[in-house]
Design a protein around this ligand. Structure first.
Ligand SMILES: Cc1cc2nc3c(=O)[nH]c(=O)nc-3n(C[C@H](O)[C@H](O)[C@H](O)COP(=O)(O)O)c2cc1C
Length: 333
């Protein structure tokens, strides 16, 4: 048997397959199935800043406190479904999940601004989470908002969350930063132990008949792997953090590529939502087989082996290669 074990955020994992934040952690029975299927760890779906604020506003009967646009934003929160579970129920559910499985469980907070809601980082720790993932999902649509101001707010938030907890902290972020290498380094300086690359943005579509904007949740494919693969390859060895790759992990080859880029874990949501948790043992068996055939003894041995620092042609990740690739298209019809 090959050694599939890895470490992530100081946690010992039996293998690098991690169930990413998704409705898969909504039911105790599914979480148990994930463990039986063999995942190395489970990330809980997120508790959103808006949910916490929504509830406290409701409690206070104090809706006037927010700006008008904020009150309006609250109306977009769904009333039912996965993400409307109140903050306290989320904590109860997290502690039930933690009791139901022995693999590490990572809590997830999703927010952008500093404020009282950050105390939930501590509550998530108290509910038993082994680590916390903070998702900084944000779309900067305001032309007056400067990138340095947004980044400063993100750094402040990370510092605040970090100071509220003693468990390890991972930051899940978007690929859309002007200087990704720089912001990742500053996030680590602010206290991030891990970086989860990348958030997948759900792009709305237009319904041409109804003239409505429709929220369109499309699951990923393996081609979505390329973006986080490239960035983890570039950042590995430069940024002192544990990398988790999320977006486009569907097969054992995707896991192998993630490891070689430099990730400690490969997170999966779409594949498991679409094809079921039985994909986990299948992928683990394929990993074993591939490693045996290619004479790898351990996962750790391959981590970072194809990172920019290790490959023979580091420019393959950079602008130089962009020209080369464009020029390689020679067969015009
Ligand atoms: C239905 C669904 C719900 C999700 N919920 C969350 C969430 O609550 N918090 C979060 O950080 N990511 C959430 N994600 C994003 C996933 O964790 C993951 O990062 C993304 O789907 C890309 O990975 P994949 O290609 O394996 O699907 C969700 C994804 C899906 C498809």
């Amino acid at each position: 048997m090959m050694d599939l074990s890895t470490t992530y955020l100081g946690l010992e994992l039996k293998n690098p397959l991690v169930a990413s934040a998704s409705p898969l952690s909504k039911k105790i029975s599914t979480v148990q199935k994930l463990e039986q299927a063999g995942v190395g760890a489970i990330v809980m779906y997120s508790l959103f800043e808006e949910q916490i604020i929504h509830e406290s506003l409701e409690l206070d009967h104090y809706l006037t406190r927010g700006t008008e646009s904020f009150a309006e934003a609250l109306t977009y929160l769904p009333d039912t479904g996965t993400y409307s579970m109140g903050p306290d129920k989320y904590l109860d559910h997290l502690s039930a999940v933690k009791k139901a499985v022995s693999v590490p469980v990572i809590g997830s907070l999703n927010g952008v601004s500093k404020g009282g809601w950050v105390r939930y980082a501590r509550y998530i720790q108290e509910a038993g989470a082994d680590a916390l993932e903070l998702n900084l999902y944000y779309l900067a649509t305001d032309p007056d908002l400067k990138s340095q101001d947004l980044e400063a707010a993100q750094i402040d938030l990370v510092k605040e969350v970090k100071s509220a907890i003693t468990i390890p902290l991972a930051i899940k972020l978007s690929p859309f930063a002007t200087s990704l290498a720089n912001i990742t380094r500053r996030l680590v300086e602010a206290g991030a132990n891990g970086l989860v690359l990348f958030n997948r943005f759900y792009q709305p579509d237009f319904d041409l008949e109804e003239l409505e904007v429709v929220p369109n949740l499309e699951l990923s494919t393996s081609s979505d792997l390329r973006l986080p693969l490239r960035w983890i390859s570039i950042l590995f060895g430069q940024i002192d953090a544990d990398f988790a790759l999320t977006s486009g992990v569907h097969t054992s080859k995707d896991v192998l590529k993630s490891m070689m880029a430099g990730a400690k874990v490969a997170m999966m949501a779409s594949e498991l939502l679409h094809n079921g948790v039985q994909r986990v043992p299948a992928i683990l068996a394929e990993l074993q087989k591939w490693m045996q055939e290619h004479e790898y003894e351990s996962i750790k041995q391959m981590q970072g082996s194809m990172s920019q620092q290790s490959v023979a042609e580091p420019a393959a990740f950079e602008r130089a290669n962009y020209m080369k690739v464009l020029n390689s298209w020679i067969d015009l019809p």
